[in-house]
Every structure is written in structure tokens, then in C-alpha cells.
Design a protein around this ligand. Structure first.
Ligand code: HEM
Length: 150
């Protein structure tokens, strides 16, 4: 399927990047909400964080992760991932990192639902540190996608 996108290739890549930006905006925001939500447990403020998180999930995180994956797979087929094209080591590692980032997304959504039930569990400092994971992932993934070092 190498090159199957034809003239649409650059458009698909542009929208891939646009939705990556939306997804990352959501993934940078949600962990910060989780810290505030956890600190507000047992106060009336907790309900407001619960609402903000649900809105962020429904309006930003859920649509954008789906579209990024869809367009990303279209691009992966276009560059010949399933045709045995050589020189795609960067894409294999990128996919591994994106799988891990999608797992992180799932964990953050799960923790937000746990907080909505009034239960936290992770120490505040650790939760703040976990909030840095998406930034680290973005650095590695963008370098792999743009520089294609191997
Ligand atoms: C969800 C699964 C994803 C898949 C399957 C995927 C796959 C791809 C593929 C195959 C390309 C095209 C490369 C080319 O034609 O040269 C691409 C481009 C790109 N991807 Fe992804 N990607 C995914 C997620 C992400 C994420 C999460 C990020 C950033 C955090 C990202 C950032 C980029 C960038 C910046 C480019 C443009 C690279 C360039 O052409 O210079 N992608 N992606």
C-alpha cells in the first residue's frame, strides 16, 4: 500500500499533526486537573473538577486520540509499514512509544473516574511527576517522526 494516499498525503499529514496537537493539549491538561481534583477531595470544589475532567475527556481527548490513530495508521500504510519497506526503524519505535502514551491516556482517564468516586491513592508529588510523562513522550516521538534517525 506504499504511496496509496497519492495527492492526499500532505493533507492527511497536516491533519495528523493538528489532531496530535489537540490530543497533547488534553494530555498536558488532564494530569494537572487530577492534582487539583485530588487536593479538593472532600470539599465542594471536587464536583467542579469532576465536571471539567469529563468535558475534557469527551470534547478533546476521546475524539483526538481516535483521529490521530486513524490518520497515523493511514500514513504508516502510505510509507510502506506493511510492505516491508526498509528504513522504518524510527516508525517501529515511534509506534511503541505511542502505544505507551495511549496506555498513559487510559491510566489518566481511569484515575479521573476513580477520583470521581472519591478515591485517590497516589501521593500528590508522585502525581505531579506523572504529569510530565506526555512532555517526555512528545520530545522522543517528534524527534523520531521528523529526524527519522534509523
Ligand atoms: C497514533 C499513532 C501514530 C501513528 C501510527 C503515526 C504514524 C506516522 C507516520 C507514518 C507519519 C508519516 C511520516 C512520513 O510520511 O514521513 C507520521 C508523521 C508525523 N507524526 Fe505521527 N503517528 C502517530 C502518532 C503521533 C504522535 C502521538 C505524535 C506526536 C506526539 C506524532 C507526530 C508526528 C509528526 C510531527 C509527523 C510529521 C513528521 C514529518 O513528516 O516531518 N505522531 N506519523
Amino acid at each position: 500500500m506504499t504511496g496509496w494516499l497519492g495527492n492526499a498525503y500532505l493533507w492527511v499529514k497536516a491533519f495528523h499533526i493538528i489532531f496530535v496537537i489537540f490530543w497533547m493539549a488534553g494530555l498536558f491538561l488532564l494530569p494537572r486537573y487530577l492534582v487539583h481534583h485530588q487536593e479538593a477531595l472532600g470539599t465542594p470544589e471536587a464536583a467542579a473538577w469532576e465536571k471539567r475532567e469529563a468535558l475534557l475527556r469527551r470534547m478533546i481527548l476521546e475524539p483526538s486520540i481516535g483521529i490521530v490513530w486513524l490518520l497515523g495508521i493511514a500514513l504508516a500504510l502510505n510509507v510502506g509499514l506493511v510492505d516491508g519497506q526498509p528504513g522504518l526503524g524510527w516508525l517501529h519505535v515511534k509506534l511503541l512509544l505511542v502505544f505507551a502514551l495511549s496506555g498513559y491516556h487510559g491510566w489518566a482517564v481511569g484515575y479521573s473516574k476513580k477520583l470521581a468516586r472519591g478515591r485517590g491513592g497516589i501521593a500528590s508529588r508522585r502525581l505531579r511527576l506523572l504529569g510530565e510523562v506526555p512532555a517526555l513522550a512528545v520530545i522522543l516521538i517528534v524527534v523520531l517522526a521528523v529526524v527519522k534517525p534509523f
